[in-house]
Write a protein that binds this ligand. Structure first.
Ligand SMILES: [Zn+2]
Length: 220
């Protein structure tokens, strides 16, 4: 015969029966169960976050970046990284460059959106397969003609149509001060399959791959 005290199912049901007779104990038990569920939830969230971190590095690593373009000319430095910032989260990388410096499309793709708002200012989204690259605070404004939206920056000779397809490295805009910004910079955001990715990871991997390619060419 099973020893009822060593049978966990029995012990649990007995505990419930006993708690019916002792309401305070019942509350305590429910409290423990709730705490267990919350702790489990936090653990799962952490596991998910860690998994996402590894996957983003893997995403950066497995792609071929040899034809990718650095997104801005006259680059001066990184002014704000991807990550938590002032109680919120900064979903991009800030690259400082003098006002009017040309911004280049990081990858061959289609202009899926041009818009203006109070935060990003004049913004562009380009789609390249599963990737979406976002450019904020650029010069110029969005206009509509014959039902087509386009970004126009007459001083920079830029006219970017929504729906237009561009090769990697194309000049798409110029660094401006539109939206919420304290100095001229490009806010550059990257999404893979709808999930934000740290552009710093991609730039590091691009640099590593392009350096390896260059040293191979030099050895020939
Ligand atoms: Zn930014």
């Amino acid at each position: 015969m099973l020893n009822p005290r060593k049978n966990p199912l029995y012990t649990l049901s007995t505990a419930f029966k006993q708690t019916l007779r002792h309401p305070q104990k019942k509350l305590l038990l429910l409290g423990f169960i709730a705490l267990g569920i919350v702790t489990l939830g936090i653990k799962q969230e952490l596991a998910k976050a860690q998994e996402a971190k590894i996957t983003n590095q893997q995403i950066a690593y497995v792609n071929n970046w040899q034809n990718a373009s650095f997104p801005v000319e006259n680059f001066q430095g990184y002014t704000s990284p991807f990550g938590p910032r002032g109680g919120g989260f900064h979903y991009g990388l800030d690259l400082a460059a003098p006002l009017g410096s040309y911004i280049r499309s990081w990858w061959t793709g289609k202009v899926v959106e041009v818009w203006e708002d109070g935060r990003c200012g004049t913004g562009i989204v380009i789609q390249s397969g599963y990737w979406e690259h976002v450019y904020c605070h650029v010069q110029g404004s969005v206009e509509t003609r014959n039902g087509r939206r386009y970004l126009v920056d007459r001083g920079g000779g830029i006219m970017l149509l929504q729906g237009q397809v561009l090769p990697a490295g194309s000049r798409i805009a110029r660094v401006g001060m539109t939206g919420r910004t304290s100095g001229p910079h490009l806010h550059w955001g990257l999404k893979y399959g709808g999930r934000w990715v740290d552009p710093g990871l991609i730039l590091r991997e691009m640099y590593a791959q392009q350096t390896r390619q260059l040293s191979r060419l030099e050895r020939r």
